[in-house]
Design a protein around this ligand. Structure first.
Ligand code: FES
Length: 381
């Protein structure tokens, strides 16, 4: 049926109404409080308490999990609200450099209400190596707000979650298992946890203690055959053995594991939204030695630092002691988003920038390698 518009003529009555509107408005304004508006609002103050951006934390405890993995338990200044599966950045000054790295949170969200949060770190790379060898109880660190989307989303995820962990990739799933066990979350979780040997399994005892009708854990050893463990690599066959029907897959592990599983998961025909991968920190690239000049504008200051061709721009800035912003270090969060003035560069992996960033010349220093001298404008951390 065609829609019929009713024509209305702007008439005398409308003019009258409009005439009365002005004095009415004046009246209402005059009735308003004479006191000036508050400088800050309660809701903003609360938001600032809940999400301060960064906060100081004291390292209270270090637990050796395996020969190359330790858990670091921090006491935060304020309760640290996060969702199981998220990560945080841990930062401090190492020598002359301001360094920070993102780590998946391994403690339960409930513990954070008591100002306690933990990350589990494998010894590899500069900062993780520093934590492993030099950090001690009582040291002060700066923790960034919890970040990341690697969480169970009741609206879009299946109520059956298959977690595939490789090595230290178990950390976010341990947090998720704890949140299920204490009733913070509600879905069913099957964890396929791959490691080389039994000795390399992190949190085995703790995970076994959490097993219930909602939490199932299967250990898969690639280099060892043992009773009670699956042997080999996590692939389609093992997945079919432990889950069926509709499920969401969450993976956390090395890049090679993702590449392998992408192929293995094809036969399940899962929609894209049902497959989640935790991003990996960008590392060094294997290129011929070369060092370029990187000119960095932060606020009103300009710095010129050395940028090695094999390292990301973010690493070069940190090495030079500049306080450059970062969170995921994988091109995903946009926190390091900086404007390129000049220079050639290469990206680590897929380009995760928005089209507008490409159009207006923005880069993510966390996953950008220099191929010439460069000049960039970096936001204040
Ligand atoms: S730190 Fe997240 S995009 Fe660079």
């Amino acid at each position: 049926m065609a829609f019929v518009f009713k024509k209305q003529i702007f008439g005398f009555m409308d003019l009258l109404r409009f005439k009365k509107m002005v004095p009415k408005r004046r009246e209402k304004l005059a009735e308003g409080a004479a006191a000036p508006l508050p400088v800050s609002y309660k809701v903003n103050e609360t938001a600032k308490i809940l999400h301060p951006g960064y906060q100081k934390a004291v390292l209270r405890e270090i637990v050796l999990n395996t020969q190359d993995t330790k858990t670091y338990v921090f006491e935060t200044e304020r309760p640290f609200y996060f969702r199981a599966g998220q990560y945080l950045t841990v930062g401090c000054k190492v020598g002359q450099s301001n360094v920070s790295r993102p780590y998946a949170i391994s403690s339960a969200p409930k513990d954070a209400l008591h100002k306690k949060v933990a990350v589990t770190v494998k010894k590899c790379g500069f900062f993780s190596g520093y934590l492993f060898d030099s950090a001690k109880a009582g040291d002060e660190f700066i923790l960034g707000d919890p970040s990341g989307e690697f969480c169970y989303e009741p609206v879009k995820d299946s109520r059956q979650v298959l977690a595939i962990a490789g090595g230290s990739g178990i950390t976010p799933f341990y947090s998720m298992a704890q949140s299920l066990a204490d009733g913070t979350s509600d879905y069913s979780l099957t964890v396929l946890y791959g490691a080389k040997t039994e000795q390399d399994l992190i949190f085995k005892k703790e995970l076994d203690a959490l097993v219930s009708d909602k939490i199932k854990v299967v250990y898969v050893l690639s280099d060892e055959k043992k009773a009670g463990y699956e042997h080999g690599f996590i692939g389609a066959e093992l997945i079919k053995k432990y889950v069926s029907g509709d499920f969401t897959v969450m993976m956390c592990g090395p890049q090679a594991m993702y590449a392998f599983l992408d192929k293995e998961l094809k036969s399940f025909g899962l929609p894209l939204r049902r497959v989640k991968k935790e991003a990996n920190c960008v590392g060094v690239r294997d290129v011929k030695d070369a060092t370029y000049k990187l000119t960095v504008h932060i606020g009103f200051e300009t710095y010129t630092v050395n940028a090695a061709a094999g390292e990301t721009l973010l690493t070069s800035m940190e090495r030079a002691g500049l306080n450059a912003p970062s969170k995921c270090r994988a091109g995903g969060c946009g926190f390091c988003h900086s404007r390129l003035i000049s220079g050639k560069y290469s990206l680590a992996g897929a380009d995760k920038r928005r089209l507008a960033d490409l159009k207006f010349g923005y880069i993510h220093p966390c996953c950008t390698y220099p191929d010439s001298d460069m000049e960039i404008v970096v936001p204040k951390a």
